[in-house]
Design a binder for this molecule. Structure first.
Ligand code: NAD
Length: 353
Protein backbone atom coordinates (compact mmCIF):
# COMPACT_ATOMS: atom_id res chain seq x y z
CA UNK A 1 0.00 0.00 0.00
CA UNK A 2 0.96 3.63 -0.45
CA UNK A 3 -0.20 5.56 2.62
CA UNK A 4 -0.29 9.34 2.95
CA UNK A 5 -0.08 10.33 6.61
CA UNK A 6 -0.95 13.85 7.73
CA UNK A 7 0.73 15.03 10.94
CA UNK A 8 3.44 12.39 10.68
CA UNK A 9 6.02 14.57 12.45
CA UNK A 10 3.88 14.64 15.61
CA UNK A 11 3.91 12.25 18.54
CA UNK A 12 1.49 9.57 17.29
CA UNK A 13 2.14 10.14 13.58
CA UNK A 14 5.88 9.58 14.01
CA UNK A 15 5.26 6.37 16.02
CA UNK A 16 2.95 5.18 13.24
CA UNK A 17 5.52 5.94 10.53
CA UNK A 18 8.33 4.22 12.45
CA UNK A 19 6.02 1.18 12.82
CA UNK A 20 5.01 1.16 9.13
CA UNK A 21 8.57 1.46 7.86
CA UNK A 22 9.98 -1.14 10.24
CA UNK A 23 7.15 -3.70 10.25
CA UNK A 24 5.57 -3.51 6.77
CA UNK A 25 6.45 -3.00 3.10
CA UNK A 26 4.13 -0.01 2.75
CA UNK A 27 5.33 3.24 1.19
CA UNK A 28 4.71 6.27 3.37
CA UNK A 29 4.40 9.96 2.55
CA UNK A 30 4.37 12.25 5.57
CA UNK A 31 2.53 15.53 4.91
CA UNK A 32 3.06 17.89 7.84
CA UNK A 33 3.06 21.66 8.30
CA UNK A 34 5.71 21.44 11.05
CA UNK A 35 4.01 23.53 13.69
CA UNK A 36 5.74 23.70 17.09
CA UNK A 37 4.52 20.08 17.62
CA UNK A 38 6.15 18.72 14.46
CA UNK A 39 9.62 17.30 14.95
CA UNK A 40 11.40 15.51 12.12
CA UNK A 41 14.06 14.36 14.60
CA UNK A 42 11.46 11.84 15.83
CA UNK A 43 11.76 10.17 12.41
CA UNK A 44 15.54 10.07 12.14
CA UNK A 45 15.67 6.29 12.57
CA UNK A 46 13.55 5.72 9.42
CA UNK A 47 14.15 8.88 7.37
CA UNK A 48 16.71 7.20 5.09
CA UNK A 49 14.30 4.48 4.01
CA UNK A 50 13.51 4.59 0.26
CA UNK A 51 9.88 3.91 1.30
CA UNK A 52 9.61 7.18 3.28
CA UNK A 53 9.08 10.71 1.94
CA UNK A 54 8.29 14.05 3.55
CA UNK A 55 6.37 17.06 2.21
CA UNK A 56 5.98 20.21 4.27
CA UNK A 57 2.40 21.43 3.73
CA UNK A 58 -0.69 22.65 5.51
CA UNK A 59 -3.70 20.32 5.16
CA UNK A 60 -5.75 23.44 4.36
CA UNK A 61 -3.54 24.27 1.36
CA UNK A 62 -5.72 22.49 -1.19
CA UNK A 63 -3.40 23.20 -4.12
CA UNK A 64 -0.36 21.62 -2.48
CA UNK A 65 -2.40 18.74 -1.05
CA UNK A 66 -3.95 18.03 -4.47
CA UNK A 67 -0.52 18.06 -6.14
CA UNK A 68 0.87 15.70 -3.47
CA UNK A 69 -2.06 13.29 -3.84
CA UNK A 70 -1.77 13.31 -7.64
CA UNK A 71 1.94 12.62 -7.51
CA UNK A 72 2.03 10.04 -4.69
CA UNK A 73 -1.18 8.17 -5.68
CA UNK A 74 -2.00 6.84 -2.20
CA UNK A 75 -4.25 3.86 -1.50
CA UNK A 76 -5.09 5.32 1.91
CA UNK A 77 -4.90 8.61 3.79
CA UNK A 78 -4.43 8.47 7.56
CA UNK A 79 -5.31 11.86 9.02
CA UNK A 80 -3.49 12.72 12.25
CA UNK A 81 -2.63 16.39 11.66
CA UNK A 82 -4.26 18.48 14.35
CA UNK A 83 -3.75 21.02 17.06
CA UNK A 84 -3.81 18.64 20.01
CA UNK A 85 -3.05 20.32 23.34
CA UNK A 86 -6.12 21.11 25.50
CA UNK A 87 -4.44 23.93 27.48
CA UNK A 88 -3.39 25.69 24.27
CA UNK A 89 -6.98 25.40 22.99
CA UNK A 90 -8.22 27.25 26.08
CA UNK A 91 -5.67 30.06 25.62
CA UNK A 92 -6.10 30.35 21.85
CA UNK A 93 -8.90 28.35 20.19
CA UNK A 94 -8.50 29.92 16.71
CA UNK A 95 -5.75 27.57 15.52
CA UNK A 96 -7.86 24.59 16.64
CA UNK A 97 -10.86 25.75 14.64
CA UNK A 98 -8.64 26.43 11.64
CA UNK A 99 -6.71 23.16 11.52
CA UNK A 100 -9.06 20.68 13.14
CA UNK A 101 -12.28 21.85 11.48
CA UNK A 102 -11.46 23.98 8.42
CA UNK A 103 -8.29 21.96 7.71
CA UNK A 104 -10.13 18.63 7.94
CA UNK A 105 -12.89 19.97 5.68
CA UNK A 106 -10.33 21.13 3.13
CA UNK A 107 -8.46 17.81 3.27
CA UNK A 108 -11.72 15.86 2.82
CA UNK A 109 -12.48 17.89 -0.30
CA UNK A 110 -8.97 17.42 -1.73
CA UNK A 111 -9.12 13.69 -1.02
CA UNK A 112 -12.63 13.38 -2.47
CA UNK A 113 -11.63 14.90 -5.77
CA UNK A 114 -8.52 12.68 -5.94
CA UNK A 115 -10.66 9.62 -5.07
CA UNK A 116 -13.23 10.47 -7.76
CA UNK A 117 -10.42 10.34 -10.34
CA UNK A 118 -9.42 6.75 -9.43
CA UNK A 119 -10.66 3.76 -11.40
CA UNK A 120 -13.54 1.76 -9.86
CA UNK A 121 -11.30 -0.90 -8.33
CA UNK A 122 -8.99 1.59 -6.64
CA UNK A 123 -11.96 3.70 -5.53
CA UNK A 124 -13.49 0.71 -3.77
CA UNK A 125 -10.22 -0.22 -2.06
CA UNK A 126 -9.37 3.37 -1.00
CA UNK A 127 -9.59 4.36 2.71
CA UNK A 128 -9.68 7.72 4.51
CA UNK A 129 -8.85 7.00 8.16
CA UNK A 130 -9.54 9.84 10.59
CA UNK A 131 -7.73 9.67 13.94
CA UNK A 132 -9.67 11.23 16.81
CA UNK A 133 -9.98 11.29 20.57
CA UNK A 134 -12.20 9.89 23.33
CA UNK A 135 -12.50 13.49 24.58
CA UNK A 136 -15.34 13.99 22.06
CA UNK A 137 -17.56 12.02 24.48
CA UNK A 138 -17.12 14.50 27.34
CA UNK A 139 -16.48 12.94 30.75
CA UNK A 140 -17.81 10.06 32.82
CA UNK A 141 -19.13 10.41 36.36
CA UNK A 142 -20.08 6.79 37.18
CA UNK A 143 -17.11 4.72 38.37
CA UNK A 144 -17.93 1.78 36.07
CA UNK A 145 -19.10 3.68 32.98
CA UNK A 146 -17.10 3.34 29.77
CA UNK A 147 -17.17 5.24 26.46
CA UNK A 148 -18.40 3.03 23.63
CA UNK A 149 -18.65 3.82 19.92
CA UNK A 150 -22.31 4.81 20.43
CA UNK A 151 -21.80 7.18 23.39
CA UNK A 152 -23.32 10.59 22.46
CA UNK A 153 -20.86 13.39 21.80
CA UNK A 154 -20.55 16.01 24.59
CA UNK A 155 -17.15 17.71 24.21
CA UNK A 156 -15.98 20.10 26.96
CA UNK A 157 -12.95 22.02 25.64
CA UNK A 158 -12.30 23.96 22.43
CA UNK A 159 -9.93 21.11 21.49
CA UNK A 160 -12.47 18.32 21.95
CA UNK A 161 -15.25 20.39 20.34
CA UNK A 162 -13.06 20.94 17.28
CA UNK A 163 -12.26 17.21 17.08
CA UNK A 164 -15.97 16.36 17.48
CA UNK A 165 -16.76 18.69 14.58
CA UNK A 166 -14.11 17.00 12.44
CA UNK A 167 -15.54 13.54 13.23
CA UNK A 168 -18.99 14.73 12.09
CA UNK A 169 -17.54 16.11 8.85
CA UNK A 170 -15.79 12.81 8.12
CA UNK A 171 -19.01 10.82 8.67
CA UNK A 172 -20.92 13.26 6.44
CA UNK A 173 -18.39 12.76 3.62
CA UNK A 174 -19.22 9.04 3.66
CA UNK A 175 -22.98 9.50 3.94
CA UNK A 176 -23.23 12.31 1.38
CA UNK A 177 -20.42 11.57 -1.08
CA UNK A 178 -19.61 7.90 -0.47
CA UNK A 179 -15.96 8.54 0.50
CA UNK A 180 -14.82 5.29 2.20
CA UNK A 181 -13.95 6.51 5.70
CA UNK A 182 -12.99 4.93 9.01
CA UNK A 183 -12.76 6.70 12.38
CA UNK A 184 -10.84 5.77 15.51
CA UNK A 185 -11.23 7.48 18.90
CA UNK A 186 -8.46 6.73 21.33
CA UNK A 187 -7.51 7.51 24.91
CA UNK A 188 -4.44 9.40 26.17
CA UNK A 189 -1.28 8.19 24.49
CA UNK A 190 2.12 8.06 26.15
CA UNK A 191 5.56 6.77 25.20
CA UNK A 192 8.80 7.83 23.50
CA UNK A 193 9.12 11.15 21.58
CA UNK A 194 6.19 12.79 23.41
CA UNK A 195 6.39 16.59 23.36
CA UNK A 196 7.39 17.77 26.85
CA UNK A 197 4.28 19.94 27.36
CA UNK A 198 2.21 16.78 27.97
CA UNK A 199 1.76 15.30 31.46
CA UNK A 200 4.15 12.33 31.49
CA UNK A 201 7.21 13.83 29.75
CA UNK A 202 6.67 17.14 31.60
CA UNK A 203 6.81 15.36 34.95
CA UNK A 204 9.86 13.28 34.02
CA UNK A 205 11.85 16.26 32.76
CA UNK A 206 10.79 18.64 35.54
CA UNK A 207 11.73 16.04 38.17
CA UNK A 208 15.15 15.51 36.61
CA UNK A 209 15.66 19.31 36.60
CA UNK A 210 14.48 19.66 40.24
CA UNK A 211 11.51 21.79 39.11
CA UNK A 212 7.97 21.64 40.58
CA UNK A 213 5.67 18.85 39.33
CA UNK A 214 2.42 20.76 38.72
CA UNK A 215 -0.74 18.73 39.41
CA UNK A 216 -4.10 20.25 38.40
CA UNK A 217 -6.69 20.57 41.23
CA UNK A 218 -6.59 17.54 43.52
CA UNK A 219 -5.11 15.24 40.88
CA UNK A 220 -8.07 12.84 41.09
CA UNK A 221 -8.96 13.08 37.37
CA UNK A 222 -8.89 9.63 35.76
CA UNK A 223 -7.45 8.94 32.30
CA UNK A 224 -7.01 5.74 30.35
CA UNK A 225 -3.42 5.44 29.08
CA UNK A 226 -2.52 3.84 25.75
CA UNK A 227 1.12 3.09 24.89
CA UNK A 228 1.79 4.86 21.59
CA UNK A 229 3.30 1.77 19.92
CA UNK A 230 0.18 -0.26 20.81
CA UNK A 231 -1.82 2.55 19.22
CA UNK A 232 0.29 2.44 16.03
CA UNK A 233 -0.43 -1.31 15.71
CA UNK A 234 -4.14 -0.66 16.20
CA UNK A 235 -4.18 2.04 13.50
CA UNK A 236 -2.52 -0.29 11.00
CA UNK A 237 -5.14 -2.98 11.79
CA UNK A 238 -7.99 -0.52 11.26
CA UNK A 239 -6.75 0.94 7.98
CA UNK A 240 -6.02 -2.55 6.61
CA UNK A 241 -8.96 -4.57 7.96
CA UNK A 242 -11.57 -2.15 9.35
CA UNK A 243 -15.08 -1.95 7.87
CA UNK A 244 -15.83 1.22 5.91
CA UNK A 245 -18.06 3.60 7.89
CA UNK A 246 -17.21 2.03 11.24
CA UNK A 247 -15.82 3.73 14.32
CA UNK A 248 -13.41 1.88 16.60
CA UNK A 249 -12.52 2.99 20.12
CA UNK A 250 -8.92 2.26 21.10
CA UNK A 251 -7.89 2.14 24.75
CA UNK A 252 -5.21 0.64 26.92
CA UNK A 253 -7.25 -0.80 29.83
CA UNK A 254 -5.09 1.41 32.02
CA UNK A 255 -7.21 3.80 34.03
CA UNK A 256 -5.10 5.90 36.37
CA UNK A 257 -5.66 8.98 38.49
CA UNK A 258 -3.36 11.81 37.39
CA UNK A 259 -1.83 12.01 40.86
CA UNK A 260 -1.07 8.27 40.82
CA UNK A 261 0.68 8.69 37.46
CA UNK A 262 2.93 11.36 38.96
CA UNK A 263 3.70 9.15 41.98
CA UNK A 264 4.50 6.22 39.66
CA UNK A 265 6.93 8.41 37.66
CA UNK A 266 8.63 9.57 40.87
CA UNK A 267 9.00 5.95 42.04
CA UNK A 268 10.54 4.88 38.71
CA UNK A 269 12.94 7.81 38.78
CA UNK A 270 14.03 6.89 42.32
CA UNK A 271 15.07 3.53 40.85
CA UNK A 272 16.37 4.54 37.40
CA UNK A 273 17.85 7.98 38.17
CA UNK A 274 18.78 7.91 41.87
CA UNK A 275 21.25 10.82 41.43
CA UNK A 276 18.85 13.66 42.24
CA UNK A 277 19.27 17.42 41.71
CA UNK A 278 20.91 19.26 44.63
CA UNK A 279 18.68 19.79 47.66
CA UNK A 280 16.12 17.11 46.72
CA UNK A 281 15.82 14.05 48.98
CA UNK A 282 12.90 12.43 47.13
CA UNK A 283 11.36 13.31 43.74
CA UNK A 284 7.88 13.34 45.32
CA UNK A 285 8.80 16.47 47.27
CA UNK A 286 8.47 18.35 43.99
CA UNK A 287 4.72 17.64 43.61
CA UNK A 288 2.86 20.99 43.62
CA UNK A 289 -0.91 21.40 43.35
CA UNK A 290 -1.97 24.16 40.94
CA UNK A 291 -5.34 25.69 40.07
CA UNK A 292 -7.50 23.26 38.11
CA UNK A 293 -7.93 23.64 34.34
CA UNK A 294 -11.31 25.29 33.46
CA UNK A 295 -13.85 22.69 32.31
CA UNK A 296 -11.50 19.86 33.34
CA UNK A 297 -13.09 16.48 32.58
CA UNK A 298 -13.18 14.18 35.59
CA UNK A 299 -12.90 10.74 34.08
CA UNK A 300 -12.35 9.15 30.69
CA UNK A 301 -12.42 5.39 30.18
CA UNK A 302 -12.70 3.43 26.97
CA UNK A 303 -14.53 0.26 26.07
CA UNK A 304 -12.19 -1.13 23.41
CA UNK A 305 -14.01 -4.47 23.05
CA UNK A 306 -15.15 -3.80 19.46
CA UNK A 307 -11.65 -3.52 17.98
CA UNK A 308 -10.53 -6.47 20.11
CA UNK A 309 -13.45 -8.64 18.99
CA UNK A 310 -13.65 -7.61 15.33
CA UNK A 311 -10.02 -6.98 14.44
CA UNK A 312 -8.17 -9.02 17.06
CA UNK A 313 -6.15 -6.09 18.44
CA UNK A 314 -5.15 -6.01 22.11
CA UNK A 315 -2.67 -3.72 23.84
CA UNK A 316 0.64 -5.39 24.64
CA UNK A 317 1.83 -3.00 27.35
CA UNK A 318 0.44 -2.68 30.85
CA UNK A 319 0.74 0.77 32.36
CA UNK A 320 3.60 -0.45 34.57
CA UNK A 321 5.61 -1.88 31.65
CA UNK A 322 4.87 1.01 29.29
CA UNK A 323 5.69 3.67 31.87
CA UNK A 324 8.99 1.98 32.73
CA UNK A 325 9.94 1.90 29.02
CA UNK A 326 8.91 5.55 28.67
CA UNK A 327 10.90 6.81 31.65
CA UNK A 328 13.93 4.82 30.48
CA UNK A 329 13.55 6.26 26.96
CA UNK A 330 13.61 9.83 28.28
CA UNK A 331 16.66 9.07 30.41
CA UNK A 332 18.41 7.64 27.33
CA UNK A 333 17.35 10.49 25.02
CA UNK A 334 17.95 13.64 27.02
CA UNK A 335 19.58 15.16 23.95
CA UNK A 336 16.29 14.86 21.98
CA UNK A 337 14.53 16.52 24.94
CA UNK A 338 17.11 19.30 25.20
CA UNK A 339 16.74 20.12 21.50
CA UNK A 340 12.94 20.34 21.92
CA UNK A 341 13.19 22.44 25.06
CA UNK A 342 15.71 24.94 23.64
CA UNK A 343 13.88 25.13 20.29
CA UNK A 344 16.81 23.90 18.20
CA UNK A 345 14.66 21.06 16.76
CA UNK A 346 12.87 23.74 14.74
CA UNK A 347 16.00 24.37 12.67
CA UNK A 348 14.97 21.21 10.79
CA UNK A 349 12.40 23.31 8.91
CA UNK A 350 15.04 24.86 6.72
CA UNK A 351 16.49 21.46 5.89
CA UNK A 352 13.08 20.11 5.01
CA UNK A 353 11.98 22.81 2.60
P1 NAD B 1 0.85 16.29 17.92
O1 NAD B 1 0.41 17.62 18.40
O2 NAD B 1 2.01 15.63 18.58
O3 NAD B 1 1.18 16.33 16.36
C1 NAD B 1 0.35 16.98 15.44
C2 NAD B 1 1.11 17.07 14.12
O4 NAD B 1 0.25 17.70 13.17
C3 NAD B 1 2.38 17.91 14.19
O5 NAD B 1 3.44 17.23 13.54
C4 NAD B 1 2.01 19.20 13.47
O6 NAD B 1 3.12 19.81 12.84
C5 NAD B 1 1.00 18.69 12.47
N1 NAD B 1 0.05 19.74 12.05
C6 NAD B 1 -0.64 20.61 12.84
N2 NAD B 1 -1.39 21.43 12.08
C7 NAD B 1 -1.20 21.05 10.80
C8 NAD B 1 -1.73 21.50 9.55
N3 NAD B 1 -2.59 22.53 9.49
N4 NAD B 1 -1.33 20.88 8.43
C9 NAD B 1 -0.45 19.85 8.47
N5 NAD B 1 0.10 19.40 9.61
C10 NAD B 1 -0.28 19.98 10.76
O7 NAD B 1 -0.44 15.34 18.01
P2 NAD B 1 -0.53 13.80 18.41
O8 NAD B 1 -0.51 13.69 19.87
O9 NAD B 1 0.45 13.04 17.60
O10 NAD B 1 -2.00 13.48 17.92
C11 NAD B 1 -2.26 13.01 16.59
C12 NAD B 1 -3.75 12.88 16.41
O11 NAD B 1 -4.28 11.98 17.38
C13 NAD B 1 -4.51 14.19 16.58
O12 NAD B 1 -5.54 14.24 15.63
C14 NAD B 1 -5.08 14.10 17.98
O13 NAD B 1 -6.29 14.82 18.08
C15 NAD B 1 -5.32 12.62 18.12
N6 NAD B 1 -5.26 12.11 19.50
C16 NAD B 1 -4.14 12.28 20.27
C17 NAD B 1 -4.09 11.75 21.56
C18 NAD B 1 -2.87 11.85 22.43
O14 NAD B 1 -2.89 11.38 23.58
N7 NAD B 1 -1.77 12.42 21.98
C19 NAD B 1 -5.20 11.09 22.08
C20 NAD B 1 -6.33 10.96 21.27
C21 NAD B 1 -6.34 11.45 19.97
Amino acid sequence: MRILITGGAGFIGSALIRHLIRQTDHEVLNLDKLTYAGNLESLETVADSPRYRFVQADIADSEQVAATLAEFQPDAVMHLAAESHVDRSIDGPAAFIQTNIVGTYSLLESVRSYWLGLDAERQAAFRFHHISTDEVYGDLHGVDDLFSETTPYAPSSPYSASKAASDHLVRAWLRTYGLPVLITNCSNNYGPYHFPEKLIPLMILNALAGKPLPVYGNGQQVRDWLYVEDHARALLKVVSEGQVGETYNIGGHNEQKNLDVVHAICALLEELAPQKPAGIARYEELITYVQDRPGHDLRYAIDASKIERELGWVPEETFASGLRKTVQWYLDNLDWCRRVQDGSYQGQRLGAL
